[in-house]
Design a protein around this ligand. Structure first.
Ligand SMILES: NC(=O)c1ccc[n+]([C@@H]2O[C@H](COP(=O)([O-])OP(=O)(O)OC[C@H]3O[C@@H](n4cnc5c(N)ncnc54)[C@H](O)[C@@H]3O)[C@@H](O)[C@H]2O)c1
Length: 366
């Protein structure tokens, strides 16, 4: 199959759909790969790296789309790309269709085969192509939180690890899922005292089993949250209710109970956030302050570390890319139930129920 890797053109997106290592595997399987010039630059991969792996570098995005049977990307296509997509072309990328009717309509019109990373789902109901980005965001949450706890950026002036003779900082993690566990692990590694909360006892039991004693689990409820926000320095939001807006575990009035300079990193911002005062920010302007509480609420945190994120993404997408390239999309999806769940639009027809429901299109697709 002919596989194309275009450069991402969405604002501030430095990741790329495939690493040179991924290209190497495709070539080994007798496929042909075209990469747009400088596509990997933002992630630290040169044109030469891709050429050495066996890819051909093309100057323009139009050439990559025109020649490829399958396009492997990171973000959903944006308007400038709509006209480049060919009928029957496989697009394998994050789409998040339910949040954009114009994008959905454009892909229906393009008659492409749209396979969405975010809906590929394994037997346990987990989302293997989203997990690595949650891992990145969870770990990064502590790095960012530690930075914004510094006084010059309006934090409390607390060093998370403390020093001999001074107690370490305290980190409260809401949600013991992928984000929460990675955050707790990083904070514990710095020597901070960590409290991690969830409503799922299985998750709490697991954390309790695997984490060191300075990571303490507690059941998540308003009483416990109100108790802890008063004396924790960094609060990390990593809750998720599948398919729904995140619950507001920290309400506006609670900010007044926190000490000035407390930092909130609300990773759940992309699902509306678990803090009432959360609104999405960008890497250029990542924080804002309300009631002396610093809010870090960047909606695409992994974009800050594209080198790590691109490799983490290719690690999990590549096995599916290989299946799609080796077998073609129909055979690959028939043989792999997890990949089949990624099918969102097939040649102009929406096949993913949640998209139809999101736009109230039931009649149109009945
Ligand atoms: N901002 C970013 O760049 C970025 C990057 C990756 C993920 N995310 C987001 O981070 C959030 C968490 O993702 P995840 O992969 O860790 O999800 P996950 O499903 O692995 O974990 C979510 C956890 O929240 C728990 N939870 C639900 N209700 C709760 C409550 N009331 N109190 C405490 N815990 C509760 C669940 O039991 C679960 O353990 C999602 O909204 C995801 O989209 C954001």
């Amino acid at each position: 199959m002919i596989v194309g890797i275009p450069k991402e053109i969405k604002n501030n997106e430095s990741r790329v759909g495939m690493t040179p290592a991924g290209v190497f595997e495709l070539i080994k399987n007798n496929h042909t790969v075209y990469v747009q010039a400088s596509a990997g630059e933002g992630s630290g991969f040169s044109n030469n790296d891709y050429q050495k792996a066996g890819a051909t570098v093309l100057d323009t995005i139009a050439e990559v789309y025109a020649i490829s049977e399958m396009i492997v990307k990171v973000k959903e296509p944006i308007e400038e790309e709509y006209g480049l997509i060919k009928e029957g072309q496989i697009l394998f990328t994050y789409f998040h269709f339910a949040s954009s009717e114009p994008l959905t309509k454009a892909m229906i019109k393009a008659k492409a085969i749209c396979i969405a990373y975010e809906t590929v789902e394994d037997e346990e109901g987990t989302l293997p192509l989203l997990t690595p980005m949650s891992e990145v965001a969870g770990r990064l949450a502590v790095q960012q939180g530690a930075k914004y706890l510094e006084k010059p950026v309006k934090g409390r002036g607390v060093l998370l690890g403390g020093v001999p003779g001074v107690a370490p900082g305290k980190v409260l993690v809401l949600g013991a899922g992928v984000v929460g566990i990675q955050a707790a692990k990083m904070a514990a590694g710095l020597g901070a005292h960590v409290t991690i909360m969830d409503i799922n006892m299985k998750r709490l039991r697991y954390v309790n089993d695997v984490m060191p004693p300075h990571v303490v689990t507690e059941f998540s409820n308003e009483f416990n949250i109100r108790k802890h926000i008063k004396n924790h320095d960094l609060i990390i939001g990593g809750v998720l209710l599948k398919g729904a807006k995140a619950p507001n575990l920290i309400t506006r009035d609670m900010l007044k109970e926190m000490r000035p300079g407390t930092v909130i990193v609300d990773v759940a911002v992309d699902q509306g956030g678990c803090v009432e005062t959360t609104r999405p920010t960008t890497h250029e302007d990542p924080i804002y302050i309300i009631d002396d509480v610093v809010h870090y609420t960047v909606a695409n945190m992994p974009g800050a570390v594209p080198y790590t994120s691109t490799i983490a993404l290719t690690n999990v997408t590549l096995p599916y890319c290989l299946k799609l390239a080796n077998l073609g999309w129909e055979d690959a999806c028939n043989k792999d139930a997890c990949l089949k769940k990624g099918l969102n639009i097939i040649a102009g027809k929406v096949v993913y129920k949640e998209i139809i429901e999101a736009f109230g299109w039931e009649k149109a697709f009945a």
